[in-house]
Design a protein around this ligand. Structure first.
Ligand SMILES: [Zn+2]
Length: 312
């Protein structure tokens, strides 16, 4: 009957080069924001480290091996245009994915519980065969497959309100009618995918609601209410996972969707309503983007407060 926070110091040891937006200070801002008395009731846990076999639920073994082997002992390795590995990156990535696996274990076995994973590196841009956009392994896609394999869950929905389209999750789910991916995101913007016409191999398991730059709260809420939520309800998930990126906030330097802090509380409440309706409130959320530290902290407060009020 509670909300669990999975996080780990190791996730701050993934250190891209100086000046990179996806920096350890993001996690410190989240920890600081969740430090107040309002969050005394959070059940705080350290996650497991995901194994190579867990990564291989989405990524081919050769890819897993290549990323594991790329991890440097000193200095930095660049593995994509804007994706780097430092000596702490692999341990951080194992904890990041492990957190979402632990969150699935928890919400599948403990009634009335939801979870937020405050972890990095993020994951939704990582395609099965390609690291991208600050992401090494696609934690949320891995967790969806894990839920199917470990708990016999049939249908898993991922809803992604990060300002960027989660091309990696979409690619992983494209051919799988029992895995559903829905996203609101700014378009045009990195990575360029996410048109409304991209609907998955069966035409029904991918739902994209792109928004124009500067769109703001009203079009965002309309997209959630009129496009995303009806599609999730039609899919009837047994488990809802959330790619919680907070870079659609007006203060964020990487995009300009101009959402307000309250929008993140609002969307969280909508998603919990759907989870209660479809699957006894089984919902786990994982941090993706969010690059203005003040906006990130405030938005996480709005998100987690709503999770806590909806647990049970
Ligand atoms: Zn993003």
């Amino acid at each position: 009957m509670t909300t669990t926070l999975f996080t780990d110091l190791a996730c701050a040891q993934h250190q891209p080069p100086e000046g990179h937006p996806e920096r350890p200070a993001r996690l410190e801002a989240v920890w600081q924001a969740l430090n107040g008395p309002a969050f005394a009731g959070l059940d705080r846990r350290k996650p497991r480290e995901a194994s190579d076999d867990a990564f291989a639920l989405v990524h081919p073994p050769a890819y897993v091996e290549a990323i594991v082997n790329a991890a440097p002992n000193t200095g930095l390795v660049q593995i994509d245009g804007d994706t780097f590995m430092s000596p702490g990156s692999l341990a951080a990535a194992r904890k990041a994915t492990g957190a979402v696996l632990d969150a699935v274990d928890l919400v599948m076995t403990a009634g009335g519980t939801n979870a937020f994973c405050a972890v990095r590196p993020p994951g939704h841009h990582a395609e099965p065969n390609r690291p991208m956009g600050f992401c090494l392994f696609n934690s949320i896609a891995i967790a969806a497959r894990y839920a199917q394999q470990e708990f016999g869950v049939e249908r898993v929905a991922v809803v992604d309100f990060d300002v960027h389209h989660g091309n990696g999750t979409q690619a992983a789910f494209w051919d799988e009618p029992n895995l559903f991916y829905a996203s609101t995101h700014q378009m045009p913007l990195y990575p360029g995918t996410g048109a409304a016409s991209e609907r998955g191999a069966n035409g029904q398991n991918i739902c994209n609601a792109p928004l124009r730059p500067g769109a703001g709260s009203a079009p965002f809420r309309a997209a959630i209410e009129q496009t995303i939520l009806p599609a999730v309800r039609r899919f009837r998930p047994d488990l809802v996972l959330v790619s919680a990126g907070f870079d659609a906030h007006a203060r964020d330097p990487l995009a300009n969707l101009t959402l307000q802090t309250e929008d993140f509380g609002w969307v969280t409440r909508q998603l919990m309503d759907v989870a209660h309706e479809c699957c006894d409130g089984r919902l786990a959320s994982v941090l993706e983007g969010g690059y203005d530290l003040q906006a990130l902290g405030d938005s996480v407060v709005a998100h987690v407060s709503e999770l806590m009020s909806q647990a049970g």
